[in-house]
Structure formats: structure tokens, C-alpha cells
Design a protein around this ligand. Structure first.
Ligand SMILES: NC(=O)c1ccc[n+]([C@@H]2O[C@H](COP(=O)([O-])OP(=O)(O)OC[C@H]3O[C@@H](n4cnc5c(N)ncnc54)[C@H](OP(=O)(O)O)[C@@H]3O)[C@@H](O)[C@H]2O)c1
Length: 485
């Protein structure tokens, strides 16, 4: 059966930077089914060849040494372009005719990928429905991939889900959060559920708290206009950080299948207690880097945060009383996404040497990127120093262990949409529950104005006040930049 990827937003940044390079690398690795075709759709007029030529340049740029002209020219033969406007029904009739001709009127698997600005999602879905492009007749399969952001709050996410479900059933829908396509994020489930030594201690009896950090070194730059509407919480917390929280805190699913996995993730969100305005004042921090107000597209009196911390509790048997600190910021010290599992102190300090007064407890650090790996910190006796102790580490690095490069998240995710595996995609209820946690924070910041918006110097780990704040919550930040090997 033929497979066709139809990309809405074909002339855009995501298509040239991520989607086509990922599809090209899959083709080069012979992972794409032989009869896979790609059809681009956007308003800019291109001939098939003109679009192929444009993509040759960008794919070369974004795949680097993976690019080979000969392989590209074979791959390019599978790429087609149909100019059209999402607002115009005629464009969808023309698209339908083009795709059917390419598929030689056979039943096919089609993946419609919405890589346009979110304001077009609803219209594109309605037009697909009206043109009969969502129907699964004669064994055909139709799937829709929806890029982030999925809504801007709970009400808009619910509205979008309703619009999607008028045309596609939930099993046809793939809401993408590329974090779940990362090998290191999937490896959290492997670490926890394919080993027997972690699960017995993965709970409130042994874990003191969890820190989940997604730090970016870059500033907002030219994305000021977008960022002003989003801010750090919509941009990072509703999706990536809550996904990392779910994978860290979920119970073991009964099998590794889309709904079993997603049921367990959803239960984590259901157990997260949404913060009251009073709790927002105490359990969150927000800040803006110095210089943000001078970025193009940013209002001179903007209060959009570029850094935030949110302390959440997962109110269930396993996690009662264990705080999860979620933190993200732009213009930070370095680019680093990591999860720190901070274990409790041993119940009794046996080695009561005076140099051991601040003996640190065990810590497991899961490095999501860029130094993909895991470190386990533990106390060791310093040789020839009496009973002096030192924190040392067991260090696992993906690049050292597996050589070769870690594939881009989009490769795995695009392939999953073709084979129909939705395990690494967000379900409708999951997207709505996530907004249900985020909305009260944004609302409280708006109404009570608490906590105050702080300012931080670019190149640090956020505002200096965050250190004291963490201290008052009985914890300490673990702030080191990953060492790239
Ligand atoms: N870029 C990234 O790295 C990235 C990462 C994660 C998520 N995303 C998400 O992916 C989506 C696309 O982002 P992007 O950065 O690629 O945006 P972009 O560069 O602005 O591209 C938007 C695309 O939509 C097309 N378009 C606009 N109006 C249209 C219409 N009426 N009919 C048909 N096509 C229309 C544009 O082409 P024409 O002007 O030719 O019509 C263009 O191809 C967004 O939702 C974004 O949040 C992007």
C-alpha cells in the first residue's frame, strides 16, 4: 500500500529544518517504506523541481555529513509540490487530485502533517474533512499530525480537540511533542522498567525531591513577537517539562502500547494538584533576563517571563510529599536538559568525621541533552584520609557507549506516524490536563501579580533569588553544565 506524507507549511522553517532532513535520513538508512511519497502544500508557487532544489540546499545544510548528492537525487524523485491556500476549498480539491494521481488511485496510508502556524490548524482540519480527505475507505488509513502548541490554554485546547474530533477519530490523531522522540526520554522508561534495581527505590521512601530543568543558552532573538504571546510557561512547561514529569513519575504500564503508556502518563497529571493563587505566589518563580525588553518585537513594558520555576506535587501513594521542581529559562548559563533525582540522606551518619559534615546524599542525573547520559553520584572513602568521604560518580554516556550520533527526534516520530504507533504522542485528555495545571499559574500571575517578576543577568542560572527560594523549600539547585565528551 502506498504511503504519502502531506506537509502543510511546506515552504516553512520546520519543514526545511526538521521534517525533510529527518525523512531524507530515514530514506538513506532504508527505514522508509519503499513506496513512500512526500507532497508539500503551501501558498508559495513552486514547481516540483523548484521545491526539490530548495530542499536539496536546506537538507544539505541541516544533515551535514549525512548528505550524499546521489542518495538525495533518488529521494528527490519521491517529493512533489502542490501550491494551495488553507482558506480555499479549491486548493483541497486540487490537493486531492494530485495525491490520488501520485498514489495511482490505490488505497493508501496518508499522514497529513500540520506544520503551519497554529491559527490554521482548525481550518486545515475542517477543509480536509470537507474534501473527504479524512475518510478511511477500502482499507485506506488517514492520520493527522498536529505540531505544538496545541492550544494556548485549556479552553482553546478543548475547542481544538472538538474541531479535530469532528473530522478525525482520536486514534487518527498524533499531537507531537518532539521531546518524546528523544532517545534519552524514551530511555527513562527503559531505565526504570527494564531494570529491577531502580523501581524499589523510586518513591517517597528514598527520593527527597526531583529537579527537572530545561535550560537554553540562547536568548529570544528574532522570535520576540511569538515569545511575547507564549512566554516560558506556554513554550516549555505545558509540553516538554510536563512530559518529562510524567515519564519520571508514571507507574509501569502493563504493556508498551500507546494507550497503556498514555493511561499511566495521564494518571500522573490527574494526581498533580493544580496550584491555588496563594500557592502560586509561594511555589513559583518568574523572571526576565536583562535585555529582553530591547529584543525586536518585545513591548518596552513587557512582563513576559523568560525564566520560571514551578514546584508541583504528585498526590498519590508513590510520590506524596516529594516536590518536583520544574525549571526552564532562556539566556541561561548553558544549554542543558536534565532530570535530577535527589535521594534522601542515609538515616544515620556513621562516619562522623568532621570533614564529613555536609555529606551529600545520592543523586541520579539523567542528561536528556546535549551530553546524553546518566550519572549516579555516591559516597566513597577518600584513600589515605581516615574516614573522609567524597561524592564520586558512575558515568554512562550514550556517545561513548554506542558511538555514532543520536538520531534526531523527528526521525523516530515520523516513522511512528507511518506505522501507526501513537505511544510517543500526546492524547486529547493529556493535552487538556496539562493545560489544567498551567492555566491557574498564568491566571494567578495575571491577577495577583505574585510572585514579583524578577530580573536576571544573561549567562547565569536565573535570578539570584532562586537560590534562597530553593533553600526555603529545603533543597538546593544542582547547577552544573554538562561536560560534552
Ligand atoms: N520551526 C521549528 O523549529 C518548530 C519547532 C517546533 C514546533 N514548530 C511549530 O511548527 C509550526 C510551523 O512552524 P514554522 O517555524 O515552520 O513556521 P513558518 O516558517 O512561519 O511556516 C509557516 C508555513 O505555513 C504556510 N502558510 C501560511 N499561511 C498559509 C495558508 N493560508 N495556506 C497554506 N499555507 C500557509 C507558509 O507558507 P506560504 O507563506 O508559502 O503559504 C509556511 O510554509 C508552528 O506551529 C510551530 O509552532 C516549529
Amino acid at each position: 500500500m502506498p504511503n504519502t506524507f502531506i506537509i502543510f507549511g511546506a515552504s516553512g522553517d520546520l519543514t526545511s529544518r526538521k521534517l525533510i532532513p529527518a525523512l531524507y535520513v530515514l530514506f538513506r538508512k532504508k527505514r522508509l517504506p519503499a513506496d513512500t511519497r512526500i507532497v508539500g502544500f503551501s501558498r508559495t508557487p513552486f514547481t516540483h523541481d523548484a521545491w526539490r532544489e530548495k530542499l536539496a540546499g536546506t537538507t544539505k545544510e541541516f544533515t551535514g555529513k549525512d548528505f550524499a548528492a546521489e542518495t538525495w537525487s533518488k529521494f528527490a524523485q519521491t517529493i512533489f509540490y502542490q501550491a494551495g491556500d488553507i482558506d480555499k476549498p479549491d486548493s483541497f480539491s486540487a490537493l486531492r487530485a494530485t495525491v490520488e494521481q501520485i498514489e495511482e488511485w490505490q488505497p493508501s496510508t496518508r499522514v497529513y502533517y500540520l506544520a503551519t502556524s497554529p491559527q490554521f490548524y482548525e481550518e486545515a482540519i475542517a477543509q480536509l474533512g470537507a474534501a473527504g480527505l479524512a475518510e478511511e475507505t477500502n482499507g485506506a488509513r488517514r492520520r493527522i499530525v498536529i505540531e505544538k502548541p496545541f492550544g494556548t490554554d485549556l479552553a482553546s485546547a478543548q475547542h481544538l480537540n472538538e474541531a479535530v474530533h469532528k473530522v478525525f477519530s482520536e486514534k487518527q490523531v498524533y499531537r507531537i511533542d518532539h521531546y518524546l522522540g528523544k532517545e534519552t526520554v524514551q530511555n527513562i522508561m527503559v531505565l526504570r522498567f527494564a531494570n529491577s534495581i531502580f523501581e524499589p527505590i523510586w518513591n517517597r521512601n528514598y527520593i527527597d525531591h526531583v529537579q527537572i530543568t530545561v535550560a537554553e543558552e540562547v536568548t529570544v532573538g528574532r522570535r520576540g513577537e511569538y515569545y511575547e504571546k507564549a512566554g516560558i510557561v506556554r513554550d516549555m512547561f505545558q509540553n516538554h517539562l510536563l512530559q518529562l514529569l510524567m515519564v519520571t513519575a508514571m507507574e509501569a504500564p502493563v504493556k508498551y502500547q500507546a494507550d497503556a503508556v498514555r493511561n499511566e502518563k495521564v494518571k500522573v497529571l490527574e494526581a498533580v494538584h493544580p496550584l491555588t493563587p496563594k500557592e502560586v505566589a509561594w511555589n513559583t518563580l518568574r523572571a526576565q533576563y536583562k535585555g529582553y525588553l530591547n529584543e525586536p518585537g518585545v513591548a518596552p513594558d513587557s512582563t513576559t517571563p523568560t525564566y520560571a520555576v514551578v514546584k508541583l506535587c504528585v498526590d498519590n501513594w508513590r510520590w506524596q510529599g516529594v516536590p518536583f521542581f520544574l525549571r526552564s529559562g532562556k539566556a541561561m548559563s548553558c544549554r542543558s536538559s536534565q532530570i535530577v533525582i535527589q535521594f534522601r540522606q542515609p538515616p544515620h551518619q556513621l562516619f562522623n568525621h568532621k570533614s564529613n559534615q555536609d555529606v551529600e546524599a545520592n543523586r541520579l542525573i539523567i542528561q536528556i541533552q546535549p551530553a546524553e547520559g546518566i550519572q549516579l553520584m555516591f559516597q566513597t572513602k577518600t584513600p589515605d584520609a581516615g574516614m573522609d568521604l567524597r561524592l564520586t560518580e558512575l558515568d554512562f554516556s550514550f556517545s561513548r557507549e554506542f558511538k555514532g550520533e543520536i538520531p534526531e527526534a523527528y526521525q523516530r516520530l515520523l516513522l511512528d506516524t507511518l506505522i501507526g504507533d501513537a505511544s510517543l504522542f500526546t492524547r486529547a485528555d493529556e493535552a487538556e490536563l496539562a493545560w489544567g495545571i498551567i492555566d491557574p499559574i498564568l491566571a494567578a500571575w495575571q491577577t495577583t501579580k505574585q510572585p514579583d517578576l524578577l530580573v536576571y543577568e544573561p549567562g547565569l542560572w536565573g535570578p539570584a533569588e532562586a537560590i534562597d527560594w530553593m533553600y526555603h523549600h529545603g533543597c538546593q539547585w544542582f547547577d552544573t553544565c554538562p561536560v560534552l565528551t
